[in-house]
Design a protein around this ligand. Structure first.
Ligand SMILES: Nc1ncnc2c1ncn2[C@@H]1O[C@H](COP(=O)(O)OP(=O)(O)O)[C@@H](O)[C@H]1O
Ligand SMILES: [Mg+2]
Length: 454
């Protein structure tokens, strides 16, 4: 066991990280790290060891079942910050099926990653929710890649965007989900009867339009496969009791998100994207303007990436006009970045999934100033039906990630500028629907939710 202690101490010091920093990067508590380094914990959980090794760039070649951290099987020590593909070439990482994380670095998100890694030790089901373009897929793939060494049978990623919406074709959605989980079932069956059930991580990406079907499938998979963990992304929360739900918020637009960042993560993402498409454009002297733009975009990564693309043909100052900003951004084809053609498409998708009363209330709410209260929401025309009903609708709008709840002592609500823009536009006479199914079939049955706690 001294081997692990010495290794940890050495690697952490070589990296120049404090115990707190290693904790932030690995998702393992400071207390566990301290106890391991002082030798007072000689029997750590395998998952903790694997997370520490991964954070320190030492991919555990294989975590054998014989000892808590591989029974001295030898560690494949890796230099810092090797890319996923470099790691893959030099070590035996468990297999990865389906779309992979992009090669460029994940900006910010250390707190989210820390939370997800820790949640993966507590629960077999993690659901990442949040509005379109906020970075759910990106974060899920990055987290899955960090968790990969822990899953002997590997990681499988299934994109659900192409599943037909369940309210139109329940059978179709069911068949599609069965298809995407079939490889998994076979891999797992293979393990049946052996002493250890297969350990696999399945990422189901983009479940919002098949939320009910996904919830049913997830419950079934968890029952049938004891070694299976699931990481689901969805704009809409899933009704599965045992889920750990994490709301993915926008990137930070003010201050620092962590000690190693010099600018807020939203600004950093914008600078990264501008640098890769316009390497000669130096925005160093214009950081206050970039910050302002990122604030106007509410720190939503997809909007930030599109704004960075727009800078190829328009100066920064012209993007700072709030009135025209989203119209200018909508002229950019976003299909290379997202499953949607334009930025508005991404919000329209969520909006079109709402039943009529929810759409009506949302349309009225965009007229209120940001940070409105439940009382204020009951003053708009469609909100006069009473506080309980409005609270219920607000809860469902929040579940659909179309409004954000600020949970201070008194709850307040806000609507992202992009949602305001799209909702303000859709109902204009002549506005067309981008819904992929007919108007009459738009509204999926929504589960009756409890009124929001306000
Ligand atoms: N933390 C991040 N660092 C770098 N790029 C990001 C980050 N978050 C999101 N992006 C990029 O922003 C875009 C939208 O993110 P995505 O994960 O597709 O959003 P969502 O799944 O919530 O709709 C993608 O191009 C993605 O690569
Ligand atoms: Mg996504």
């Amino acid at each position: 066991m001294h081997q692990l202690r010495d290794f940890l101490l050495n690697q952490r010091r070589i990296s120049g990280w404090t115990q707190e920093e290693l904790s932030e990067r690995s998702g393992v508590s400071v207390r566990t790290i301290r106890n391991l380094e002082t030798g007072s914990n000689t029997n750590p959980r395998r998952t903790s060891v694997a997370l520490l090794l991964t954070a320190l760039g030492a991919a555990p070649a294989s975590l054998s079942e014989t000892g808590p951290w591989g029974g001295g099987s030898g560690l494949a020590l890796m230099p810092q910050q090797r890319s996923e593909s470099q790691l893959e070439r030099t070590t035996t990482l468990p297999p990865w099926r389906g779309p992979r994380p992009l090669g460029d670095p994940l900006v910010g998100r250390s707190a989210d990653t820390r939370h997800i890694l820790a949640a993966a030790q507590r629960s077999r089901l993690i659901v990442l929710t949040g509005p379109g373009g906020v970075g759910k897929t990106r974060l899920a793939l990055a987290a899955a890649s960090r968790l990969r060494p822990l899953f002997r049978d590997g990681v499988a990623v299934a994109e659900l965007h192409d599943c037909p919406p369940e309210h139109l074709e329940p059978e179709g959605a069911r068949a599609e989900l069965t298809r995407v989980t079939q490889g998994l079932t076979r891999a797992d069956d293979h393990q049946r009867g052996s002493a250890h059930s297969g350990r696999q991580l399945l990422v189901l990406d983009g479940a919002e339009h098949v939320a009910q079907q996904t919830a049913r499938t997830v419950r079934q998979l968890l029952d049938e496969h004891p070694g299976l963990h699931l990481l689901v992304t969805s704009r809409r929360a899933l009704a599965v009791g045992a889920a750990e739900t994490w709301e993915v918020g926008p990137l930070c637009v003010d201050g620092q998100d962590s000690r190693d960042m010099t600018v807020p993560s939203a600004v950093e993402l914008f600078l990264h994207r501008v640098q890769s498409s316009l390497p000669t454009l130096d925005l160093g002297r214009h950081l206050p303007l970039v910050s302002r733009l990122c604030r106007l975009l509410d720190g939503v990564p997809l909007a930030i990436e599109i704004a960075a693309q727009r800078l190829r043909s328009l100066p920064l100052t012209s993007l700072l006009d709030e009135e025209t900003l989203f119209q200018l951004l909508d002229q950019v084809d976003a299909s290379g970045l997202s499953v949607h053609r334009t930025l508005s498409d991404s919000v329209r998708w969520s909006y079109d999934l709402l039943p009529a009363p929810h759409r009506e209330l949302l349309r009225d709410l965009v007229a209120l100033p940001d940070g409105f209260s439940l009382d204020a929401a009951t003053t708009v025309p469609s909100g006069r039906s009473g506080a309980v009903r409005v609270a219920h609708l607000l809860a469902e709008l929040a579940d659909a990630s179309l409004i954000q709840i600020n949970r201070e002592r008194q709850y307040t609500y806000r609507i992202h500028a992009l949602v305001r823009h799209v909702v303000g536009q859709v109902e204009r006479p002549g506005g067309t629907s981008s819904a992929p199914w007919p108007e009459s079939d738009r509204h999926p049955p929504m589960a009756e939710a409890e009124p929001a706690a306000v």
